[in-house]
Design a protein around this ligand. Structure first.
Ligand SMILES: *[C@@H]1O[C@H](CO)[C@@H](O)[C@H](O)[C@H]1NC(C)=O
Ligand SMILES: *[C@@H]1O[C@H](CO)[C@@H](O)[C@H](O)[C@H]1NC(C)=O
Ligand SMILES: *[C@@H]1O[C@H](CO)[C@@H](O)[C@H](O)[C@H]1NC(C)=O
Ligand SMILES: *[C@@H]1O[C@H](CO)[C@@H](O)[C@H](O)[C@H]1NC(C)=O
Ligand SMILES: *[C@@H]1O[C@H](CO)[C@@H](O)[C@H](O)[C@H]1NC(C)=O
Ligand SMILES: *[C@@H]1O[C@H](CO)[C@@H](O)[C@H](O)[C@H]1NC(C)=O
Ligand SMILES: *[C@@H]1O[C@H](CO)[C@@H](O)[C@H](O)[C@H]1NC(C)=O
Ligand SMILES: *[C@@H]1O[C@H](CO)[C@@H](O)[C@H](O)[C@H]1NC(C)=O
Ligand SMILES: *[C@@H]1O[C@H](CO)[C@@H](O)[C@H](O)[C@H]1NC(C)=O
Ligand SMILES: *[C@@H]1O[C@H](CO)[C@@H](O)[C@H](O)[C@H]1NC(C)=O
Length: 786
């Protein structure tokens, strides 16, 4: 590797490498601990870490911009490379913090003026801890059994001997200096496939940008790394695939990391102080492969060894220092809808540029010129992709854009030709420029088109052999395929009649409609088709709202809307099919009831889904009808929230709305009845009830039980107050501390006074055990006080 690429390389790929000379001095003063006993403590400035016996690894404080984080780093090399970070999403602490292994067996961070933070929560009392020589930090109980280890909670790095088990994923960091969760993930799927996706996408092929191609190899495949840098997929008895074959090197350590740029790489480094990290292997050299690198409306160009993000014509970077923040249009489209004669638009083309196909309309058998015209005349059309006579019209935002070396796509983007300062005056000359431009573009486009046809002819046969929609190995195919139409698909009523065999198999019935099982004839996918009731007929807007809202949400804990049908009075929605029914089916059926640990996981899944609706998606969504019947379970029993039919879109400036009672008895927050403003806290209330149902494994109202047990929320609080919470789970054996935690969270969520209920973000932190939970008041105490 030459000098330039070496330095480029270390700049581009080495996140989290912190050279902390102050820390080195401190660690030189450290004793070597193999047995960390109760009462031990660390502070950022003195006694900052516990070393492993050989001194290679340290657990303790390292400094990051504006504070200190707790984690594991390689103390034996000058860079102090960080390999794990605790409390990853909120890792920064001030210098007066104390890390304490308390006498009662908890690992916490204490601050003078703030609540202490539980750093890791093994669910039972810790008796001692140990920083091992392989980089694993472990906690023991009193019989010296391991009750927690950092190897089970990887952040972005895998060390030798560490494995990524089925169902688990690791996430890239935000930046080289910020270890918080970034925008890419590497997932070891239950189907045996190792796949890279952007965050907040479903685990499906259209979003993947790397796959090991080992799907269908059983449900016990894990990713493993050994001391010699052998990286492989193993199912417990056979090596299914070798990503690298490994090579023994003296005094050398290996590690694998998903880097900030979204690509995972295997590195090695000699333990000599003057050594350096060198890349051994990565699945691709294509830095533009990771989807989402450039944010919305941007596109990625690979130049030499680095990736560059640019904006489409007419767009500027939202934050030029941060590509993933994307680009925004520097003009308004208002004039188009207002039919303002003073504004004009034109179409620019961008060579070899592609993006995710999320079209709202496809015109077939068109020419490039027809496609331009069609987009120009349609105020909804912001851009179009023209390929093989098909014109795919699309609205903003455009995702996963990139420029390829060559490709048969022609990207067409609508831009304004109106000069902002001289609107109106230049109307005519604007038109002339437009015509000239168009001629240029036409010539370029025609030659591009000819080239495209040629390339297509050559590649067509090859592409045809691949199964459409299957995971592709980017190392082989370069990952240039467009995403298979992830936009909503418009179905005809006939198609849906055929798919559902004339609405034969009913899956469920709700207030807004009945759901049927169906099989799509074009690809054999199983779907759930929801037919909306006739009484909804006046709510065309409601239908469109639901469609638009759900169409834009992508989260693993939300059921995906695939398409819709709008024909006369027949309104239908097509969703992905959830093979394990609803949470109500499994929770309230003693035969099916998930075990305690699984129930906790389900509760966190639901909380993540609601958090996304409340805080992370484009438009804030209040669900208004959270209940077990609306939580569906996929094939891996991952919980997904469904039915946004009642969700009300919130405008940015009016967060409080009263819209008449929605929701279901037993789950609706008291403010609905009091005609008070309804906010996201109404969902927190419903979640609280569901959480208590999950915890206790029974319905919120059950008159078959004795009178003092019939109303779950009252019974729970009475038991909690009487310190008899184990009664709530009957004879089921559960971890008492976790049970108390769940109950306390539940009681906080169902406070009558909305402002006392925590936000979903707080709820999730509490569920994860990263914050202490104060003693909750009686849910009705606020009311009785007034
Ligand atoms: C570790 O320390 C604990 C408490 O100080 C002690 O009980 C235990 O025996 C020690 N274990 C080892 C292996 O030294
Ligand atoms: C560092 O910790 C050790 C053991 O916990 C203790 O004996 C020592 O006094 C501490 N040193 C400082 C400077 O706090
Ligand atoms: C680390 O801490 C030292 C001493 O407190 C400080 O001088 C240095 O700037 C810090 N480094 C970073 C990256 O924050
Ligand atoms: C699954 O794989 C792990 C190691 O990869 C192995 O220890 C375990 O026994 C396997 N389980 C089954 C059921 O084969
Ligand atoms: C591992 O894979 C081999 C070969 O595909 C298969 O024969 C074997 O049954 C698998 N083992 C497990 C535990 O799944
Ligand atoms: C993987 O590599 C190991 C040696 O490191 C070898 O024994 C094994 O046969 C290889 N397996 C495959 C599937 O290539
Ligand atoms: C990095 O280390 C490798 C050997 O591990 C060595 O060949 C190379 O010259 C080193 N590069 C630099 C810039 O020190
Ligand atoms: C918008 O950006 C383009 C470059 O992409 C520039 O030519 C044009 O003048 C800008 N328009 C406005 C209104 O800023
Ligand atoms: C870049 O912007 C995105 C979204 O706007 C944000 O989530 C991310 O934290 C930012 N990254 C950095 C390094 O500031
Ligand atoms: C167009 O511009 C002219 C002159 O600036 C102005 O009088 C007219 O109101 C504008 N038309 C519209 C629809 O804005």
């Amino acid at each position: 590797m030459n000098q330039r690429s070496q330095s480029l390389f270390s700049m581009a790929v080495f996140p989290c490498v912190l050279i902390v000379s102050a820390l080195m001095v401190a660690s030189a003063q450290q004793q070597r601990y193999s047995n960390i006993s109760l009462g031990s403590s660390l502070t950022p400035l003195k006694n900052s870490s516990w070393l492993s016996p050989s001194g290679l690894y340290a657990f303790g404080f390292y400094n990051i911009s504006n504070g200190y984080a707790v984690g594991i780093y390689l103390a034996g090399i000058p860079e102090n490379t960080v390999v794990w970070t605790a409390n990853r999403d909120d890792p920064v602490f001030p210098s007066n913090v104390v890390l304490l292994l308390t006498d009662d067996g908890r690992l916490i961070l204490k601050q003078e003026d703030r609540e202490s933070v539980v750093l890791v929560n093994p669910g039972q009392s810790i008796a001692s801890a140990s920083m091992l020589d392989n980089g694993n930090f472990v906690l023991y109980d009193s019989s010296r059994r391991i009750i927690w280890k950092s190897f089970d909670q990887p952040t972005d790095t895998l060390l030798p001997d560490q494995r990524l088990p089925p169902g688990e994923e690791i996430f890239s960091s935000v930046s080289k200096t910020n270890p918080a969760r970034g925008i890419f993930r590497l997932k070891m799927q239950y189907d045996g496939n190792l796949v890279q996706y952007p965050v907040e996408t479903p685990d499906t092929a259209p979003y993947a940008y790397y796959s090991s191609g080992t799907d269908g190899d059983g449900n016990n495949v894990s990713l493993n790394l050994d001391k010699n840098g052998h990286l492989y997929l193993f199912n417990g008895s056979f090596i299914l695939s070798n990503l690298t074959i490994g090579r023994y090197r003296t005094r050398t350590i290996y590690l694998m990391r998903i880097d900030v740029d979204g690509i995972f790489r295997l590195y090695y480094r000699s333990l000599d102080p003057q050594g350096n990290w060198t890349k051994e292997w990565s699945p691709t050299e294509d830095k533009c492969a990771p989807k989402g690198l450039c944010g919305l409306n941007g596109f990625c160009i690979q130049m030499d060894e680095v990736a560059e993000c640019e904006c489409l014509p007419g767009f500027d970077h939202v934050n030029p220092g941060n590509w993933s923040s994307g680009c925004e249009r520097n003009f308004s489209m208002e004039g188009c809808k207002a039919k303002d004669q003073n504004v004009s638009y034109e179409i620019r083309s961008s060579d070899n540029t592609v993006w995710e196909d999320a079209n709202y309309a496809i015109l077939t058998g068109t020419t490039n010129e027809d496609c331009r015209k069609a987009c120009l005349e349609d105020c909804n059309c912001d851009a179009a992709l023209f390929k093989d006579g098909n014109c795919r019209k699309q609205r903003l935002p455009l995702r996963y854009g990139r420029r390829l070396q060559s490709n048969s796509n022609i990207a067409l983007i609508k831009v304004s030709t109106t000069e902002p300062s001289t609107q109106g005056d230049l109307g005519n000359s604007g038109m002339e420029i437009k015509k000239e431009l168009r001629l240029d573009i036409l010539i370029i486009s025609i030659s591009l088109f000819a080239l495209a046809v040629l390339i297509l002819a050559i590649s067509g046969i090859y592409v045809h052999r691949n199964h459409v929609g299957r995971y592709k190995k980017i190392s082989k195919y370069g990952n240039v395929e467009l995403i298979e139409d992830v936009g909503l698909r418009a179905f005809t009523y006939g198609e849906l009649v055929q798919a559902t065999d004339d609405f034969k198999e009913e899956l469920g019935r709700g207030a807004s409609g009945t759901v049927y099982k169906g099989i799509l004839t074009n690809n054999g996918n199983i779907v759930a088709v929801k037919r909306l009731e006739k009484e909804m007929a006046e709510g065309e807007k409601e239908f469109q709202t639901e469609m638009k809202v759900i169409g834009k949400t992508y989260h693993r804990n939300l059921v995906r809307l695939l398409g819709y049908c709008l024909e006369g009075s027949k309104w239908l929605l097509v969703y992905e099919y959830m093979s394990n029914g609803s949470l109500a089916d499994i929770l309230f059926n003693p035969k099916n009831r998930p075990c305690w640990e699984e129930r906790i996981r389900i509760a966190s899944d639901i909380a993540r889904g609601i958090l996304y609706l409340h805080e992370e998606c484009e438009t804030q969504i209040i669900h208004c009808d959270i209940k077990p019947q609306n939580i569906l379970m996929d094939e891996h029993r991952c919980a997904k929230i469904s039915d946004f039919g009642l969700a009300k879109l919130l405008k940015q400036d009016q967060t409080n709305t009263y819209t008449g009672i929605r929701g279901t008895r037993g789950y609706v927050a008291p403010e609905w009845h009091r005609k008070l403003p309804v906010t996201v806290k109404a969902d927190v209330y419903s979640f609280g009830i569901v959480l208590l149902e999950i915890t206790c494994g029974r319905r919120s109202v059950d008159w078959s039980l004795s009178e003092d047990e019939a109303i779950l929320e009252e019974w729970v609080y009475n038991c909690y107050e009487a310190k008899e919470i184990s009664k709530l789970v009957g004879d089921e054996e559960v971890d008492e501390r976790k049970l108390e935690r769940m109950i306390k969270i539940g009681i906080w969520c169902i406070q009558d006074e909305p402002s006392l209920r925590p936000s979903m973000k707080k709820v999730l932190l509490m569920l994860e055990g990263t914050v202490d939970i104060p003693v909750p008041p009686s849910p009705t105490s606020f009311l009785s006080a007034i």
